[in-house]
Design a protein around this ligand. Sequence first.
Ligand code: FAD
Length: 271
Amino acid sequence: MVYDVLVIGGGPAGLSAALNVRARGKTALVISNPLAENPLWKAERVDNCLGLPDLSGKELLTVLYDHAVSAGVEFLEARALSALSAGTDWYVAAGDMMTQGGAVVLAAGAVRGKKLPGEAELLGRGLSYCATCDGMLYRGRRVAVLGYSPSARREADFLEEIGCQVLYFDRPKSCAIQGTDKVEAVVCDGETEAVEGVFLLRSAMAPGDLFPGLEVEGGYVRVNREMATNLPGVFAAGDCTGGPLQISKAIGEGQIAGQKAAQLLARKAAE
Ligand SMILES: Cc1cc2nc3c(=O)[nH]c(=O)nc-3n(C[C@H](O)[C@H](O)[C@H](O)COP(=O)(O)OP(=O)(O)OC[C@H]3O[C@@H](n4cnc5c(N)ncnc54)[C@H](O)[C@@H]3O)c2cc1C
């Protein structure tokens, strides 16, 4: 799937960025978890969004989504798992798909919660963030699924279907992953279980895990006034760049990021 601009995150920032890419005649794909999984969906009432008074979070997100889609924005319901650049393009793995774009806008919202003990050390050594991507490596083996996202149970069912022995932990309060060179066990809420693989399924990933080398400060992506990050062709907008964590700020930053991404592509095309 090849687009001019890939947008990661379908909240106010991402939808605004994609709309503004379309307004400049470029194609835009928003890769996002389902709209209904956005934390804002549950807000009873949003009162400080200019021109959109008295809406619930669900109504507001639906209005923004419908506007973007009516302008020709495409929406891929999937979790973005990794991004890498080759030449002047970016490739983003989303669910079991590979997407390609000339520029990327990261609008994945604020990441809540810290890394688990053992997570950084054992990532790629038995620890995976994606059941559908890596599940086949663990057929016939005992694995733990740490389910922190609404779709985690479905991903655990998939692992069972392909023959993994799955221990499912539903939003464990405390959790650690143990192993020397590879995963050997998980300790969840005081219970230790020997496993060969761990699937840590969250709705969001830390920006630096998605984009290796991305400059992050205090958990937020560093951007300049054009919403450009330190990585060529990568822009960021919304809560992921820092406070105030508010809708109007996210929409405004999304607009700048979308415009600047489209301008970058126009410059590249003219070279
Ligand atoms: C209950 C509640 C009430 C609120 N009330 C208000 C209010 O009244 N006024 C106000 O201004 N603000 C309010 N906010 C804050 C507001 O929701 C945020 O500031 C705003 O939504 C930020 O927009 P965003 O697009 O940057 O991020 P988000 O809206 O968080 O959108 C990011 C999206 O990206 C998705 N995502 C993340 N990582 C990935 C990935 N790897 N792959 C695919 N998708 C991914 C997320 O699931 C999410 O859908 C409220 C927030 C909550 C939770």
